[in-house]
Design a protein around this ligand. Structure first.
Ligand SMILES: NC(=O)c1ccc[n+]([C@@H]2O[C@H](COP(=O)([O-])OP(=O)(O)OC[C@H]3O[C@@H](n4cnc5c(N)ncnc54)[C@H](OP(=O)(O)O)[C@@H]3O)[C@@H](O)[C@H]2O)c1
Length: 296
């Protein structure tokens, strides 16, 4: 199969690449398939003509995994048009292209499609109600995809993604923890972190042999556990033995340009049951990532 992965320089794109290319022969992803990883240099999602140009000049794909996105939640409040182009209009165009090529489209979305006012983990069937521009553009992308591809696509919503790559909460905490004696971290936003390598592994398992579903479905995927950013920071410092005091603060005490949902826990039973995908506990996966970061 020819498999296109967008967002090659992002956390998820790099994590897929890591597994595909360094799996010690445990899984023969490269032997059975040809993976093509592209970044904005090859496939610029900010322009309709750029997208058409790429697909007009390349052979057809069997699977497209869309890991690229406009992910700067606060900046999106200002750059509405650009965020909408990448998270919505480009996804719509990718869906049309995938549909014409009869390619399967695996698209990644976010817990921020929800308003966070629920007091129980969100199901795929719960009504989305995004409260910031990023969430609104991601939801518009989901809807456009579902309309164009009622079959042969998959939307995986994930949350609080971190990895050894790029910028993320774990790396920010490690850097700040070394510089400061004390840090204030929000304790009234609840969710589950996702180690990008775990999500990458789940996607590869699904495409490897388990996806027999024809209808386009939404799935939720994160690590197991229910924590606040404050709990997350405390555990990070504990694992690396950084002596930085973490103080809990409220969202109100830490204003940001984009509003954040309070509770974005997601129920993962559907993906686990449909594809027999194992879901690791957040502490276990954080430990794995921190071990890798320590070795770097
Ligand atoms: N990060 C999170 O906490 C989080 C939470 C929930 C859901 N998600 C979703 O998970 C998916 C993967 O996220 P991630 O954490 O891997 O994001 P990421 O690290 O920010 O990577 C996103 C990638 O998209 C690329 N991109 C941005 N604009 C582009 C354009 N115009 N053309 C082509 N590529 C472009 C970026 O390229 P450059 O490297 O060149 O900038 C970047 O490599 C996304 O769909 C995101 O919405 C993420």
């Amino acid at each position: 199969m020819r498999i296109l992965v967008t967002g090659k320089n992002g956390q998820l794109g790099k994590s897929i690449n890591k597994i595909v290319n360094t799996d010690n022969g445990k899984n023969n992803y490269q032997q059975d398939n040809k993976f093509i990883f592209v970044g904005r240099e090859e496939l610029d999602l900010s322009s309709e003509s750029g997208i058409n140009h790429y697909f007009d000049n390349n052979d057809k794909f069997d699977i497209i995994i869309n890991c690229a996105a406009y992910t700067q939640v606060d900046k999106a409040e200002q750059e509405v048009e650009l965020a909408n182009q990448i998270n919505h209009l480009a996804v719509k165009q990718l869906a049309s292209i995938a549909s014409k090529q009869k390619a399967k489209l695996i698209h990644i979305s976010t817990d921020y499609v929800f308003d966070g006012d629920s007091n129980k983990p969100y199901l795929e069937t719960d009504k989305p109600n995004p409260i910031n521009v990023y969430g609104k553009t991601k939801l518009a992308g989901e809807k456009a995809l579902q309309e164009i591809m009622p079959t042969n696509a998959m939307i995986i919503r994930t949350s609080w993604v971190y990895s050894e790559y790029g910028n993320n909460f774990v790396k920010t905490m490690l850097n700040l923890g070394k510089e400061r004696d004390e840090l204030n971290v929000v304790s009234d936003q609840i969710g589950s972190p996702t180690y990008a390598t775990d999500l990458a592994g789940a996607i590869l398992e699904i495409i490897d042999n388990k996806d027999k579903k024809q209808s386009t479905e939404i799935y939720h995927y994160s690590n197991e556990g229910e924590i606040s950013w404050y709990d997350f920071a405390k555990e990070i410092f504990e694992l690396v033995d950084i002596r930085c005091a973490v103080k809990p603060i409220t969202t109100q005490q830490y204003p940001t340009p984009a509003r954040r949902p309070k509770n974005t826990l997601m129920n993962k039973a559907k993906i686990a049951k449909t594809f027999s995908v194992g879901i690791s506990d957040w502490k276990e996966s954080l430990n794995t990532c921190i071990t890798i970061l320590k070795e770097q």
